[in-house]
Design a protein around this ligand. Structure first.
Ligand SMILES: Cc1cc2nc3c(=O)[nH]c(=O)nc-3n(C[C@H](O)[C@H](O)[C@H](O)COP(=O)(O)OP(=O)(O)OC[C@H]3O[C@@H](n4cnc5c(N)ncnc54)[C@H](O)[C@@H]3O)c2cc1C
Length: 372
């Protein structure tokens, strides 16, 4: 029986675990925190997509009568408590999940990345996964579901750190979950919000009644967050349009600029912008995106994209896809990583590409199962 190691128990790792067990593989699902860990950082933010788009019919069936309705727009915490945790606790996944175990490196037993590169002999050696503080494990197939939202991007212009960013004594808030937790402490304060993606739009709605928001956006548009005409995802449309209304009518918005430097004086933070202006604030909320953690694969022959940091072949195949709701048509070859029997799955495979949706990840996972 083939041994399948899956790294990361997010929605995709859990779907992969169930799919692999249903197909008769010997599965170990390894998670550095608790199942669904990444969704804890969403705070009160809801999925834009209804539950039926986020799980497979099989997962729905396993949840039985306790399954939330298919049209539910769950928060991250609800997804963990009502869907992901119950799935790890019931058959077939029960007993196959190792939580609080981090994979720190993966290689082929006894081979460096240069040994037998491209030769069929390489595929005959099992994978070896190094775990923190525990015995390494071996596997015939590895599915990397560690997510694309592992490391926050620096705050400064061009994705580089702003000068002084690392020295701020009041650390910038980097996730919606942390913002949710610290919201009360921001009451009446001047808050510099950086970013114009969906997370920033959510943050504006959370913050505007509590704090004095100064919103720094790269966009030059009066309505800085991208709006999709006739967006079929009503929750996304609501959040983006409400944030843009505030930007147009109520908030202090600094458009077409980024942060160059931070300096702390007398308890306040000075932020120098690329436009030349300097703003004074008490706290910084920086939602400037994330990238995957690429440290584990240095002895594998995986091809990661220099653009997205996701899977290289996939990134070329989806380069022109702009509508995240249309599951892009890809081939088996597009999903291959370059290292036989090693696959990037879920948001890890997309890296920095923002159009990833779970329904796409689930469809691609089905294709990968056909190759195993
Ligand atoms: C605020 C927000 C809202 C979103 N809304 C939607 C939406 O409405 N619809 C939609 O389809 N998508 C949405 N997404 C995008 C995406 O679907 C989610 O990020 C989703 O969580 C991705 O699932 P995943 O399983 O690929 O990765 P993740 O959920 O990120 O899971 C990765 C897991 O791997 C674990 N891990 C990482 N490194 C290691 C390691 N070395 N060893 C062991 N374990 C490790 C992590 O702890 C984590 O549990 C949203 C994303 C964000 C951030």
């Amino acid at each position: 029986v083939k041994r399948v190691a899956i790294i990361g128990a997010g929605p995709i790792g859990i779907a992969a675990g169930i799919g692999a067990l249903d197909r008769g593989f010997d599965v170990t699902l390894i998670e550095k925190g608790d199942a669904g860990q990444a969704l804890c950082s969403w705070g009160a933010t809801r999925f834009f997509t209804p539950l039926r788009m986020n799980i497979t019919p099989r997962m729905h069936e396993l949840l039985g009568r306790d399954a939330p309705p298919g049209d539910a727009l769950l928060t991250g915490h609800e997804m963990i408590d009502l869907v992901l945790k119950p799935l790890t606790a019931c058959e077939p996944l029960r007993g196959h999940v190792r939580e609080r175990t981090r994979v720190t490196a993966i290689g082929r037993r006894g081979l460096t990345r240069a040994d037998y590169a491209g030769h069929p002999l390489r595929a005959e050696r099992p994978f070896r996964l190094i775990l923190n503080d525990e015995e390494p494990i071996e596997a015939d197939v590895v599915l990397d579901a560690t997510g694309g939202f592992a490391v926050p991007n620096p705050i400064g212009a061009g994705g580089l750190p702003a000068r002084g960013e690392g020295k701020l004594t009041r650390k910038p808030i980097r996730t919606l979950g942390a913002l949710d937790e610290q919201l009360e402490s921001l009451r009446g304060q001047r808050v510099l919000l950086v970013g114009d993606g969906h997370s920033a739009a959510n943050a504006v709605l959370l913050l505007h009644e509590t704090a004095e928001v100064i919103w720094v956006v790269r966009s030059m548009n009066r309505r800085p967050c991208e709006e999709i005409a006739n967006d079929p995802l009503s929750e996304r449309a609501r959040v983006v349009s409400a944030a843009n209304d505030l930007a147009e009518n109520a908030l202090h918005v600094e458009r077409r600029c980024m942060v160059e430097a931070f300096d702390e004086r007398n308890g306040a933070i000075e932020a120098r912008l690329t436009s030349g202006r300097t703003l004074i604030c008490d706290a910084v909320v920086a939602l400037t995106g994330f990238h995957p953690n690429g440290n584990m694969h240095s002895e594998l022959n995986v091809e990661t994209s220099p653009v997205t940091e996701g899977a290289a072949r996939l990134s070329r195949a989806i380069a022109n896809a702009t509508d995240c709701l249309a599951v892009p048509r890809v081939t088996f070859g597009d999903l291959a990583s370059g290292e036989p029997n090693f696959w990037f799955i879920g948001s890890r495979s997309y890296g920095r590409v923002r159009t990833f949706l779970l329904q796409t990840g689930l469809a691609q996972l089905e294709m990968i199962f056909q190759c195993l």
